[in-house]
Design a protein around this ligand. Structure first.
Ligand SMILES: [Zn+2]
Length: 278
């Protein structure tokens, strides 16, 4: 894992922990001395994994231990001795918060995932998808996944983006379908670097450009012709005069696209003239 990704991951985890950090820090030294999560897991991993339904994911004993060690350490709290049942109860109690961590850890320990692992990770990853989407996308491609799983991932990505970074979301990448296209036309998920021409060849852009030409006022169209570019957001093409956000993308127009605008303007003039003549 790269340092940058680890850094981002740390940041997400830090946000999760912010509220109880002080208390934890105080108990940390003590717990370190008295509770050894790794040794505990080596004794209890089979029983714990079975109780949590993680034994059917095809992970090795070592992978399971690596996946769970930090979580077990946290959950042990100040306890010096803890039995499996109590640990399972603590897992269940905080499962909504723990499931994304388990999913992220599986995505991290496995170079490649099986279908079962990927499905588990995809449905539990939560906001950590902002870090693991590139890997989950490439694994889904490698395993020949249909649109269904991709759509689950794409929707999770949008939800996580809004949760962590707010609105608006970036425009959609025509290659992978994630709303992850940056203003320099590279994709945060599939890594593609598009040219203006490639982006504009996508059916989605063509549709939004046509809608813009229909919807825009004559003044707006004239302004775009002069400026030579339009703005692409996640939902629409708009004029450079409209309010812009930091995820919007400037798209320069080709001679053909300018021609489309000119045609629309001359159509409007003609229909104006004919209605005046009547
Ligand atoms: Zn992409």
């Amino acid at each position: 894992m790269s340092r940058r990704r680890r850094g981002k991951r740390k940041k997400l985890e830090k946000e999760e922990k912010e509220t109880t950090r002080k208390r934890r820090r105080r108990s940390y030294t003590r717990r370190r001395r008295e509770f050894d999560a790794e040794a505990w897991l080596k004794r209890n991993i089979e029983e714990l994994a079975q109780n949590l339904g993680l034994d059917t994911l095809g992970l090795t004993r070592e992978e399971l231990i690596e996946t769970l060690v930090k979580i077990v350490e946290e959950l042990a709290g100040a306890s010096t001795y803890i039995d499996v049942n109590t640990m399972v109860k603590r897992f269940r109690r905080y499962y909504d918060r723990i499931a994304p961590l388990i999913a992220a850890n599986i995505a991290e320990v496995r170079a490649h995932m099986t279908k079962e692992q990927l499905e588990f990770v995809a449905s539990n990853i939560g906001d950590f998808i902002l870090i693991f989407a590139p890997k989950l996308y490439s694994e889904a491609k490698r395993l020949g996944y249909s649109e269904d799983l991709m759509q689950i991932l794409q929707q999770q990505w949008i939800r996580a983006w809004i949760n962590r970074r707010g609105t608006p979301i970036p425009p959609r990448c025509p290659k992978c379908g994630f709303n992850a296209l940056t203003p320099d036309l590279t994709c945060l998920v599939c890594g593609v670097a598009l040219s203006d021409k490639e982006l504009k060849a996508s059916p989605e852009f063509k549709y939004m450009f046509k809608e813009f030409i229909k919807r825009a006022s004559t003044e707006e169209l004239e302004y775009v012709l002069k400026a030579g570019y339009v703005i692409l957001s996640a939902h629409e093409v708009k004029s450079p005069k409209e309010p812009r956000t930091k995820v919007d993308i400037e798209i320069f127009l080709s001679a053909n696209e300018k021609e489309e605008i000119r045609k629309e303007l001359s159509n409007r003039r003609e229909s104006q003239n004919s209605s005046r003549a009547n």
